[in-house]
Design a protein. Sequence first.
Length: 176
Amino acid sequence: MLTQTSPQAFKKIFTFSAGSETFGLPLHLLQEVIYPEHITRVPKAPAFMAGILNYGSETVSVLDISKKLCLAAPSIRVHHPAVIINTSIEGETMQLALLVERFGKIVQFKDSEVIKRKNIPFSTGNTKSNKPGLNSASYIQSREAIRKFVSEELYRAGVKIRLLNESILFSLEELR
């Protein structure tokens, strides 16, 4: 007997790249993908805050995911997309623009396809231990930052997608 999976059993995420990693966030957070023409810097802001931009009639904080996760990334250019999300941080609803290197796909998956991990392993992409930078302080800091904000992984077509927990990625104190 065939059993039919209910539509509610599937979840959707949108994916994007930062550094050499692929990340995902729940699709219901996504409002729009834009290519910002002008980002105004904010004095004394945290390093991951790229600035602010006008989005419709609102002023939206622009946050650089690569810097938040301590990933090496190219400088901010007009060519990089920003993902506008609607989220709630510490009970306060707000819009944020997340600078990413590339916007990916919208992926549908079942909970059974997600792997929950306490210690997410990282492949170095090279089995030789003499690859430069793998034991550097910035590499180790990056791995720890990713472990802090990611507790689940999804494997789709050979690509590892790290699911970000948007509710702990930023705090109101950091954004003020």
